[in-house]
Design a protein around this ligand. Structure first.
Ligand code: ADP
Ligand code: MG
Length: 210
């Protein structure tokens, strides 16, 4: 095959995989301003962008308060994962847990679990905004256990691990989930001000310098 045909084929594959991944918006690593968020290990982000962590079924945990770029990085790394040949699915924690609960109630939990276990990288965005029922936390545990050492999870959360007992409504389930997520993992802890509010903070809208 000619080089151009190969390139065109590759581009079509990437475009199709991006559709299947269901990213909510387009974000890239290049667009991310690392200078604005010096707490982020840029070297680690670039290493993660090679997709090697997916070949090892490692997880990535992104911690930080609202507006610091967690979702941006999650989408951007989802895209680079696709570009390096891996299947990806992006889902918010709320949507993921709602579909697992619904499937459980309707008696086809196994199929739904299989669906979320399939992509090489599952991006789960915004865990921790709402506390979960213990039964829901247990369904989440089953997903994490099913993917453990088989497929990567990239998870973003506004809650430090010390609060996960609260998030999952049960310390034991939280510990079991964390144990598996952290075993082979890379963590990005973002400490800094919200990118969304940066101009407003500067304009004095928030009443004080943060
Ligand atoms: P979080 O998920 O942590 O709440 P987001 O990733 O949604 O934050 O970021 C909020 C907005 O600010 C998005 O439009 C995102 O693209 C942008 N943003 C955040 N941090 C940066 C950054 N360091 N460089 C460029 N854009 C950023
Ligand atoms: Mg977010």
């Amino acid at each position: 095959m000619l080089r151009e045909e190969l390139d065109a084929k590759q581009k079509r594959r990437i475009a199709m995989a991006i559709k299947i991944a269901h990213f909510p918006v387009v974000k890239t690593v290049e667009e991310f301003d690392f200078k604005f968020q010096p707490s982020i290990d840029g070297k680690l982000v670039r290493e993660l962008a090679t997709g090697h962590f997916i070949a090892h079924a490692d997880n990535v945990l992104v911690f930080g308060p609202p507006g610091v770029g967690k979702t941006h990085l999650a989408i951007a790394l989802g895209r680079t994962a696709i570009e390096t040949g891996h299947s990806v699915l992006f889902v918010t924690a709320t949507a993921l847990l709602a579909s697992l609960s619904q499937a459980h109630a309707k008696g086809h939990f196994g199929d739904q679990l299989g669906f979320f276990a399939k992509p090489k990288l599952l991006v789960i965005d915004e865990l921790g905004y709402l506390p979960l029922e213990r039964a829901t936390a247990n369904l989440f545990f089953q997903l994490v256990a099913k993917r453990y050492e088989r497929g990567s999870i990239l998870l973003t959360t506004n809650q430090p691990v010390t609060e996960w007992g609260q998030v999952f409504g049960d310390e034991t389930i939280a510990a079991a989930i964390l144990d598996r997520l952290l075993h082979h993992s890379h963590t990005l802890v973002i400490k800094g001000e919200s990118y969304r509010l940066k101009n407003k903070t500067r304009a004095g809208l928030l009443g004080r310098d943060r």
